[in-house]
Ligand binder design. Structure first.
Ligand code: CIR
Length: 254
């Protein structure tokens, strides 16, 4: 069974962290409606959805992916790169403790889950404004005994590694080649985003299904061309906070 942990949209989402976007007004009710539709897509994909609460002191809490990375053997609770987001991890650690032994990244390490791409037993970790080498070394130490390899990937031009590359299958990645060096992923095939859709590399794969933003039709066509089944949803309000589809859930094989 799959459990998807999600987190309520904070009424303070408008005060979120922003790195590459200019602040635009966010309609909280619309954001909440889009988030609910996202949760329905998770349910259609076979997940039991468990939504954690948030509060006005945690504008970015809906982006729960950044608080942890979940493996079959262990959950790693992160130390987010933005100081404003560090209080988010406590409730996530508590929720995950019901499913997994929990390990935590220690200071001076910082990592956002959005920088961690897991494909099978291979981890690719973005070296970004949010994630540093100390945290990457800590993750290697925690995961090496379980047979995972960890590869650091420099990220340029975007917030997180998974803004630039995500997995469509065990062998096929979706990428914006402007933001990463594809050579670091040498054994994989690639679908490149359409050049007119630079933000289109973030897809959420659940089993055979791909949850994907509706605003990237050109790239969606490229993905569908590989015989993959897309469930498109509107997350435009969350995108104003620099969120996409992977960042709003933690998927736990339960
Ligand atoms: C932030 O800057 O931290 C949030 N406004 C957006 C985080 C999005 N997270 C993700 O893509 N994993």
């Amino acid at each position: 069974m799959l459990t998807a942990l999600t987190r309520e949209v904070s009424e303070a989402l408008g005060a979120c962290e922003l790195t590459h976007l200019t602040r635009a007004p966010i309609d909280i009710e619309r954001a909440r409606a889009q988030h609910a539709a996202y949760e329905r897509a998770l349910a259609v994909a076979g997940c039991q959805v468990e939504r954690l609460t948030s509060d006005p002191t945690m504008p970015d809490a809906v982006f729960i992916e950044d608080s942890a990375v979940v493996f079959d053997e262990v959950a790693i609770v992160t130390r987010p790169g933005a100081a404003s987001r560090r209080a988010e991890t406590e409730a996530v650690a508590q929720a995950l403790a019901l499913y997994r032994p929990v390990k935590s990244i220690q200071t001076p390490g910082t990592v956002d889950g959005g920088d961690v791409l897991v494909v099978g037993r291979r981890l690719f970790v973005g070296r970004s404004t949010r994630t540093n080498d100390d945290a990457i070394a800590q993750m290697h130490q925690i995961l090496a005994p379980f047979g995972y390899t960890v590869c650091a990937v420099p990220v340029r031009g975007c917030l997180h590694l998974k803004s630039a590359v995500t997995a469509l299958t065990d062998n096929l990645l979706l990428a914006n080649p402007e933001w990463i060096d594809k050579g670091l992923f040498s054994t994989f095939g690639f679908v490149d985003v359409d050049p007119l859709e630079p933000m289109a590399a973030n897809a959420l794969r659940i089993g055979e299904r791909i949850i994907y933003p509706i605003v990237f039709p050109r790239t969606a066509e490229r993905i569908a061309g590989h015989g993959l089944q897309l469930h498109t949803i509107d997350v435009s309000e969350l995108a104003k906070a620099e969120g996409a589809v992977t960042c709003c859930s933690l998927i736990v094989n339960s």
